[in-house]
Design a protein around this ligand. Structure first.
Ligand SMILES: [Zn+2]
Ligand SMILES: [Zn+2]
Length: 591
């Protein structure tokens, strides 16, 4: 059954395909640093989209840009087999970066209200995009190992949760083919390199209500001649929590947060109106609908109770359902990841996070024939930072390290990118890898290689040499030999080690790397990240210490295979024209 997930084939071929990682890795790392320095806000991912398109074209994909705004689609047909869609999001956030990294963003952009704001990849979408192009390149370079169609999708506007819908409305599936499965990943504050799966619901549904209530303004000394909208708004703020505590079953998760409350200009004036934005989260579609209906009822009733001269305006925006992983497909991909990374690096989350995503829109929820999807997390917190974080349980530690949307969010570069690249590639091969024994069998190493196995000799930040022995983590097995030369082999580059860090030096300039731990000196601020909400109960397998980051099978002597790895997109396109930084015209106002 060609469309079934087959973890064993993925692990078998993954080892062979991922031997290319060390060849491609400096390019992916350079691409990541470039994206990190040049983040772009939602709907304005012009430079990023150009860079992705150029990389995919160089790798041999048919590329279409401008899908659903700035979305990029790459198609690679490679014989019979399933169509696997790999999705990454490209947008950044209006956050001022405070990581102290040598490649920290100093970029600024214009938000939807026309304000000049700092911009940072504070949610790590640069990790996702770099891993997407890297995986696309790895698979394009190893076509002999797999068969089927790759649909590579770089999505705009995840943070405004309307990018996926925009791509579908622009004909993503009708123009480029409907996938048999969608795979996507997100970097999170878990230990760097750890892969976290959850069959079923992994992220919450959300909606934002924009509310304006109307009163009758007047002099502060004459309230009896007015209808005070500030009092109406204040009552709404309190009363909405009654929806949570009195109208939702105690067994259900529900959140309502009034994130915006604006009214008035001066203490001695009663204003005409007040404005609120209320955000909801839930794990059950019925609860999601109930929250919107009940909050709307409370708003109307409070306005009427005060004798408001007009009905309130209520608009539901940024609404998306739960992210609901297909259980069977998730089990298969997780098994493939375990076979490749080792059991200690792949966990199953016991509870969903209360954050939200629009990746589930690609699954066509509500459609009689939905598309299954598998969405997982890749950890990004450096091992020593994780170890030093306060708290006993993993969830206590999660709250103590910089998380997504924090100005201090700084995924450990090499460990995160390597595991993201491998996780996405192995995931794709779980569907696409050939059934026949086309490649040498690679024994998974459990993610740990002896330091001397590093062909570059470089002290990579994730190298096991700097990680103290951890009780409970199995000793690294012997590196697996690569018994057969690869049929698609081309001669090795003369000295890969000599180019390993060349790109990084030019990208990072003369700035020294910060001393270890320096960028963490500042205490992490209270995180605005919904992922940081500590759910009840244990998160990680009992007694399992956070393992060091995985490295994948060590690279042995065989040379890299396949056609030459495509070059990273240059800073400027070949024409010499700068990437378009500003949109030709303002995109439609979206919220
Ligand atoms: Zn985010
Ligand atoms: Zn995100």
């Amino acid at each position: 059954m060609p469309h079934a997930v087959d973890p064993s084939r993925a692990a078998q071929h993954g080892g062979a395909v991922l031997r290319l990682v060390d060849e491609i890795f400096p390019l992916v790392e350079g691409f990541y640093v470039d994206l990190h320095k040049n983040p772009e806000l939602s709907h304005r991912e012009f430079r990023t989209a150009s860079a992705v398109a150029e990389w995919l074209r160089n790798a041999g994909f048919e590329v279409t840009t401008g899908v659903g705004g700035t979305g990029v689609v790459g198609v690679l047909r490679n014989g019979d087999g399933p169509t696997v869609m790999l999705r990454a999001d490209m947008d950044a956030l209006p956050v001022e970066e405070k990581t102290g990294l040598p490649y920290a963003s100093t970029a600024r952009g214009t938000d939807e209200d026309g304000n000049d704001v700092p911009v940072m990849h504070a949610c790590g979408h640069d990790v996702h995009t770099a891993c997407l192009v890297g995986t696309a390149d790895l698979l394009a370079s190893s076509r002999g190992y797999w068969s089927g169609t790759l649909l590579v999708v770089a999505q705009p506007a995840e943070e405004t949760i309307d990018g996926a819908a925009a791509m579908l409305q622009d004909g993503l599936y009708t123009r480029f083919g409907r996938p048999d499965v969608v795979l996507a990943q997100h970097v999170g504050p878990q230990p760097a390199g750890m892969v976290s799966h959850r069959p079923g619901i992994i992220l919450a549904a959300t909606a934002t209500l924009r509310i304006r209530v109307f009163g009758t303004g007047g002099h502060a000394s004459q309230p009896h001649t007015t209808v005070d909208p500030v009092l109406i708004a204040a009552n709404i703020v309190s009363r909405v929590q009654g929806v949570i505590s009195r109208e939702v079953s105690p067994g259900e998760m529900a959140v309502a947060t009034v994130g915006v409350l604006r009214a008035g200009t001066k203490a001695n004036i009663i204003p005409d109106d007040a404005y609120l934005e209320i955000n909801t989260r839930s794990l059950n579609p019925a609860v999601a609908d109930r929250l919107i209906a009940s909050i709307s009822r409370v708003v109307r009733a409070e306005a009427e109770a005060s004798g408001a001269p007009r009905e309130p305006e209520i608009e539901v925006v940024q609404q998306v359902g739960v992210t609901d992983n297909d259980p069977e497909q998730t089990a298969g991909v997780a098994q493939a990841h375990r076979a490749y990374f080792g059991d200690d690096y792949v966990i199953e989350l016991p509870e969903p996070f209360t954050g939200s995503e629009d990746v589930g829109v690609f699954g066509l929820p509500g459609d009689p024939d939905p598309v299954p999807y598998v969405y997982w997390f890749v950890g990004g917190t450096p091992y020593d930072v994780w170890q030093a974080a306060p708290g006993e349980t993993p969830y206590e530690k999660l709250a103590g390290v910089p998380g997504n949307h924090s100005p201090f969010f700084a995924p450990e570069r090499e460990a995160t990118l390597r595991s993201g690249l491998a996780a996405l590639t192995v995931g794709a091969l779980a569907y696409l890898a050939k059934e026949e024994d086309a490649a040498p069998v690679i024994t998974p190493t459990g993610g740990q290689a002896p330091l001397e196995a590093d062909p570059t000799g470089a002290q990579a930040p994730m190298g096991p040499g700097r990680i103290p022995p951890t009780e409970g983590v199995p000793a690294p097995p012997e590196p697996a030999p690569y018994p057969e030369p690869d049929p698609y082999a081309e001669p090795a580059r003369p000295d890969p080690a000599s180019t390993q860090h060349a790109d990084m030096e030019s990208l990072l300039g003369d700035e020294p790397e910060p001393e270890e731990g320096r960028r963490w000196d500042a205490p992490p601020p209270p995180s605005a990240d919904p992922f940081a909400q500590p759910p009840q109960g244990p998160a990680f397998p009992e007694g399992a210490p956070p393992p060091p980051p995985p490295q994948g099978p060590p690279v042995a002597a065989p040379p890299p295979q396949g056609p030459p790895v495509s070059a990273p997109p240059p800073t400027d396109p070949p024409s010499g024209e700068p990437y378009p930084v500003d949109p030709p015209e303002d995109p439609p106002h979206r919220y």
